[in-house]
Design a protein around this ligand. Structure first.
Ligand code: NAP
Length: 257
């Protein structure tokens, strides 16, 4: 890497916390940040998947560790706040990727569905931001990257609570940006299109759906987790210092087609 590109994009000396870092988009982002030089702590529930993801990161030369936690549980979120910095020091880059998507017609959603959705998809990002944001601001540097959805900006059938949570994530991003950008902490939302991951397995199982969604994008294909590597490194590094409060679509043109 030339020194110029390194100055813009290197994450050496930084520590990232990536929720959902054991699968899909979060795993690709954790890998990208790690390969750009950051030490990485990943968070998810299933220990075996976490251990495998940590091994894969370490095989690529990344300093990596994991915290197993259910982000739908506030006590677990508090434990993540306490435990994550013990591995490689203060968190400089917070990526809120973990989410669930309970797919039911709007009228069939239960209050429990709603609570579980909001807890993982919105409250956990809020609480992690409330913990790490002020600490980043006090140090004069930080990056928060929240993951939205097409449902941040438009409706999709049969996942209404998810849509509520993902629209709110954009508001959370703006509030975080407003609070801490003057102290060197940016917050931005990445808005994926349709990405082939375990989360979208139910949609992928519907005959013709994958092809129809690919055709709706301008690129003519659906997303893959590696499509999020570049934007994550950009938003985590010094090159994006003047980009804050934004929702950035990384969707092959899906949202504008
Ligand atoms: N795939 C798409 O098409 C798409 C489109 C738009 C937005 N997104 C967003 O992109 C992000 C990643 O999605 P993905 O498709 O990459 O999903 P994925 O492959 O299913 O990965 C989800 C990750 O979140 C973790 N997770 C889920 N619930 C959790 C909980 N309660 N506590 C802790 N960790 C939890 C999972 O691990 P455990 O199950 O072990 O906990 C896993 O590591 C999400 O925010 C999603 O809404 C995805």
């Amino acid at each position: 890497m030339s020194s110029y590109v390194g100055e813009l994009f290197s994450l050496h000396g930084r520590t990232a916390l990536v929720t959902g870092g054991s699968s899909g988009i979060g795993q690709a982002i954790a890998t990208a940040l790690g390969r750009a030089g950051a030490a990485v702590v990943i968070v998810a529930r299933r220990p075996a998947e976490l251990a495998a993801a940590v091994r894969t990161l370490q095989e690529q030369g990344v300093r990596a560790a994991a915290v197993s936690a259910d982000l739908g549980d506030r006590a677990d979120v508090a434990r993540v706040c306490a435990e994550a910095p013990r591995h490689f020091g203060d968190i400089d880059i917070l990526v809120n990727d973990a989410a669930n998507n309970i797919r039911r017609p709007m009228g069939d959603l239960t209050t429990d569905d709603y609570d579980r959705t909001i807890a993982v998809n919105l409250t956990a990002p809020y609480l992690l931001g409330q913990h790490f944001g002020p600490r980043m601001a006090a140090r004069g540097h930080g990056r928060i990257i929240n993951i939205g959805s097409q449902q941040s900006i438009s409706a999709f059938g049969d996942s209404g609570a998810y849509g509520v949570s993902k629209a709110a994530v954009c508001g959370l991003t703006r509030s975080q940006a407003e609070a801490w950008s003057a102290h060197g902490v940016t917050s931005n939302t990445i808005i994926p299109g349709f990405v082939l991951t375990p989360l979208t397995a139910p949609a992928q199982a519907v005959p013709g759906r994958v092809e129809a969604l690919a055709a709706r994008s301008m690129t003519g294909r659906n997303g893959v987790p590696d499509d999020f590597a570049g934007i994550a490194v950009f938003l985590a590094g010094d090159a994006s210092a003047y980009v804050t409060g934004q929702a950035i679509c990384v969707d092959g043109g899906f949202s504008v087609h």
